[in-house]
Ligand binder design. Structure first.
Ligand code: AMP
Ligand code: MG
Length: 282
């Protein structure tokens, strides 16, 4: 299992994404059993990396989750973040903007929710809605949303220049899988609360959404803030590759975070030593 998923699933900067060419039920030859067997070690590694990120306080991590209705944004957050200490994580869902939010630029409400150093921030939907739903429903004209690609790339550059590690995931499901999931919600009383007639209506715009996603992913995948297309028809595979991509991205920082902790620890010890010495002499 030496595959590097963060590389495999990434949309290369400047490349054109064709979602039809990306199989939503791809498994990379993995089975549910393989994934289950790897899980305890991955959980431990993610928990360790998050603790280091928190303690070192030199970086933050922002994870952006996008996908069609029922693509599994909530489930991914629940499953992937489960081993992580809640003290170090914030989850922000982005809904239809309020009147106040609409009276500002589209990034205003987003920037306020970005994670400070030491923290992990998860966006359940994001500023990308402003080039997706807004485009599909013609809420603003093309001359307005087209400029937003550049605003987004520059905004994300500001964040990464400020030590935010930025990962973006598009949870890619097939139209057939979405139908199954919507019908399942109807049949299951435990899931019916998630039902929305709007989801069936949105489904009629499937092709428009695919086109909007292809443009958004192609225009805004950069080396500093790359998009990953996650095959999401199988929940176990989806969670596994998202988790691995996060771990593979954080792993290179491990050494410098440990070094920072050691230094902080030495400074604190020296201060404590000086404090005690001063007390015994007075
Ligand atoms: P849900 O994720 O099911 O809670 O739904 C949130 C809804 O808010 C979705 O239908 C999104 O398309 C919508 N939404 C989020 N951000 C925006 C935005 N900037 N403009 C318009 N609708 C939005
Ligand atoms: Mg919904």
């Amino acid at each position: 299992m030496a595959v590097n998923y963060s590389k495999l699933l990434r949309v290369p900067a400047g490349a054109r994404v064709k979602l039809l060419d990306r199989n939503a039920s791809q498994t990379f030859g993995l089975t549910r059993e393989d994934v289950g067997a790897a899980h305890p070690d991955l959980r431990q590694e993610l928990a360790d990396l998050q603790e280091l990120l928190y303690a070192a306080g030199t970086h933050s991590l922002l994870v952006v989750l996008q996908g069609m209705d029922t693509s599994g944004k909530d489930g991914t957050i629940r499953n992937v973040m489960e081993p992580v200490n809640p003290i170090g994580v914030t989850v922000t869902p982005f809904k239809v903007p309020t009147k106040k939010e609409l009276s500002h630029d589209f990034l205003w409400r987003v920037h306020r929710e970005t994670p400070p150093l030491g923290m992990v921030g998860i966006f359940n939907r994001s500023h990308y809605e402003d080039v997706l739903v807004v485009r599909v429903h013609e809420i603003v004209p093309p001359v307005v949303w087209r400029k937003r690609y550049r605003h987004i790339v520059e905004f994300e550059r500001l964040l990464t220049d400020s030590n935010t590690i930025l990962l973006k995931f598009f949870l890619h499901i097939s139209k057939a899988e979405q139908e199954e999931r919507l019908l399942e919600r109807e049949a299951d009383v435990g899931k019916a609360w998630k039902l929305a007639v709007g989801d069936w209506k949105e489904r009629e715009h499937w092709r428009d959404y695919i086109r909007a996603y292809e443009d958004a992913l192609s225009e805004t995948s950069t080396d500093h803030a790359p998009w990953h297309v996650i095959p999401a028809d199988r929940k176990w595979l989806r969670d596994h590759v998202v988790m691995r991509t996060i771990i593979e991205t954080l792993r290179p920082y491990r050494k410098q975070w440990l070094a920072k902790l050691e230094k902080t620890g030495e400074t604190a010890k020296a201060e404590l030593g000086a404090f005690r010495a001063a007390r015994t002499t007075t």
